[in-house]
Each structure stands twice: as structure tokens, then as C-alpha cells.
Design a protein around this ligand. Structure first.
Ligand code: 8YV
Length: 315
């Protein structure tokens, strides 16, 4: 039997590529000099897309592939896949939930600690000789016992909150409904009120058109000059212009961000700020999790081509 053809939108680790190439004829879009011509040349045979969370699959790509049956996303977030375009054609979409939850939560909490205790600056303080020349490193703010807000108490938000309990933090959350599993946490429906409550506001919402800029100027200002915003979800959940203005003007204390509009090319204003910790969208970036994500992408594709139930369908 001939191998099904799949379109790989962006690079996967070598270990995944080897496995994919054993089962499929893999067309690497990211290596094409002329992407439109590449898609046109292979459109007649491509039956699946393998993509990454932040790359998704646009309406244009979906429309250009008449034989497309399934889009398998390496990532929990599927906001970059045009779901309407897929749904209209009966194209299945899968993602990789659960396997990455703990790593994403770990990085979010690590970002809070690193930023609040000024660890990046402290590292420089040692390396550039400031410790010896100037003495003690400037004092930073504590984390334990302070107030946290979790915006979106889904799988990742819940794991963040669980970790924060270990720091004896006073935890509140916001979501569309109150959650029965939110033991010991206060429900504050309004994101502005949640931010007013919090010293540290974690953004852990699945991004969609409905959550676009849910963290707006009002939320940011309610968090205030002593507050910290931590984003391990999607840039679209935050009004980035409002965030930059607040960080530059001192209306927000600091931010720790793993995701950016237009990433990996971020707004240079972020790099001019000292009160921002910037990370390269790697919250799920451990060997263990990425291997599990790659396997789930392949398991979904294999189930589809075998006519079996998809392990983790979105639609
Ligand atoms: C990326 C993610 O897919 O899970 C998500 O939604 O954004 C990430 O896990 C990952 O960085 C691979 O590109």
C-alpha cells in the first residue's frame, strides 16, 4: 500500500520526522522556497496536515488542499487552525492535550519566581563582577504567601494553582463558570476584579475569538504598579499595546511572557524594558513532553488512516 501524503507546516524534532517518514510521504512546507507553488504542486495527493500549535492551518491552506482529511496539531492550542474552514469540509482536527499540562504549569511558576526574585539580573550581577565591586544585590519581592489570580482554570490553570498552593498563596480564579474542583480558591468572575485581587496574574486561557484581548488596559491597570502578569497561553489573550504602554509608564510592575504577537519576531519595545522576562514560547519544551506530543500527533494520524477512533479530537 502506498504511504499517505502529509504536509508538515513547520519543523518537528528529528525523532518525530523519522517516525513520520516511515509511515507517510512527508512534504515539508517550511523548506519550500515558494510555498504557494509547493502547495499547488502537491495539492492533489495531500490528505493530512501535521502542524504546530502556533502555526496552525489557515483557511487558505485548507482551501488549497482538496484531498485534505485531517489536521493534527502538535500543541494543545488550536486557535491558529481555521476551524470553520475545516468543519465546512468535514476535515478532522486533533491536538495534544494533557501530555504538556504539567510542563507548561512548571514554566509559568518558574517565570513568576525568576522574575519576582530578579534572578536574571542576579546572574548578571555575579558574572559582570558587580557582586565583588558593588556588594549586595538589590532586594526583590517575595512570592510565598502573596495573592495569585489564575485567568482560566482549565487543565493548565488548575496545575498552576496546585503548584501555587505549595507557596501558601491566596489563590483566586476567573472562568466562564465556577469550577467544582477549585478547592480552596476564590471565584472572581470579572477579570478586572481578579486582577485587582492579585499580585501575580497568570493567563492560562485557551485562546479564541471570544478571549481576544481579555486582558485589556483595565485589567492591566487593576493589576497595578506592584503587580506581575504571567502569560503562558497565547499573545492574543492580551492587548499587547496596552501591556507595553503600562510597562513603559509604570502602571504595571512587571511581566513574564512566553508568547508574543508575531512571534518569533517580537515588538522591539519589549527588549528595551527591564521589567519584562521574555521566553521563546517553550513552556511545553521538554524532551519528555515533546516526545509525548509527537507520539500523540502520530497516534491521531494513524487512527484516522486506520478508520479508528481519534485519541484526542478537537472536531
Ligand atoms: C507549541 C503550544 O505547539 O501547546 C501549544 O498550544 O503552543 C506549544 O506546545 C510548541 O511550542 C511547538 O511549537
Amino acid at each position: 500500500m502506498s504511504k499517505p501524503d502529509i504536509l508538515l507546516i513547520g519543523p518537528y524534532p528529528e525523532w518525530d520526522l523519522v517516525e513520520l517518514e516511515a509511515q507517510y510521504t512527508v512534504h515539508k512546507l517550511y523548506e519550500a522556497a515558494d510555498r504557494d507553488a509547493f502547495i499547488r504542486d502537491n495539492a492533489a495527493t495531500i490528505r493530512a496536515i501535521a502542524t504546530r500549535g502556533e502555526l496552525g492551518a489557515s483557511a487558505e491552506i485548507i482551501a488549497a488542499l482538496p484531498k485534505l482529511e485531517i489536521i493534527s496539531v502538535y500543541g494543545v492550542g488550536f486557535d491558529a487552525v481555521n476551524l470553520d474552514a475545516a468543519r465546512n469540509r468535514g476535515i478532522r482536527v486533533t491536538n495534544t492535550p494533557d501530555v504538556l499540562t504539567n510542563d507548561v504549569a512548571d514554566l509559568g511558576v518558574a517565570m513568576m519566581l525568576v522574575q519576582s526574585r530578579g534572578m536574571i539580573g542576579a546572574e548578571t550581577w555575579v558574572r559582570d563582577g558587580s557582586w565583588e565591586a558593588k556588594g549586595l544585590y538589590p532586594l526583590k519581592r517575595r512570592v510565598w504567601g502573596r495573592k495569585a489570580g489564575v485567568l482560566g482554570l482549565g487543565r493548565i490553570g488548575f496545575e498552576v494553582a496546585k503548584r501555587l498552593k505549595g507557596f501558601d498563596m491566596d489563590i483566586a480564579y476567573s472562568d466562564v463558570t465556577e469550577k467544582s474542583y477549585a478547592d480552596g480558591m476564590t471565584y472572581i468572575a470579572d477579570p478586572v476584579e481578579l486582577a485587582r485581587h492579585a499580585d501575580f496574574l497568570f493567563v492560562t486561557l485557551a485562546a479564541s475569538a471570544a478571549t481576544r484581548h481579555i486582558v485589556n488596559a483595565k485589567v492591566i491597570e487593576a493589576l497595578g504598579p506592584e503587580g506581575m502578569l504571567i502569560n503562558i497561553s497565547r499573545a492574543s489573550n492580551i492587548d499587547e499595546d496596552a501591556l507595553l504602554a503600562a510597562l513603559e509608564g509604570g502602571k504595571l510592575g512587571s511581566a513574564a511572557l512566553d508568547v508574543f504577537e508575531g512571534e518569533p519576531k517580537l515588538n522591539p519595545r519589549f527588549l528595551a524594558l527591564e521589567n519584562v522576562l521574555v521566553q521563546p514560547h517553550h513552556a511545553s519544551g521538554t524532551v519528555e513532553t515533546r516526545k509525548a506530543m509527537g507520539k500523540l500527533v502520530r497516534d491521531n494520524l494513524a487512527a484516522h488512516f486506520a478508520g479508528a477512533t481519534l485519541p484526542t479530537p478537537v472536531i
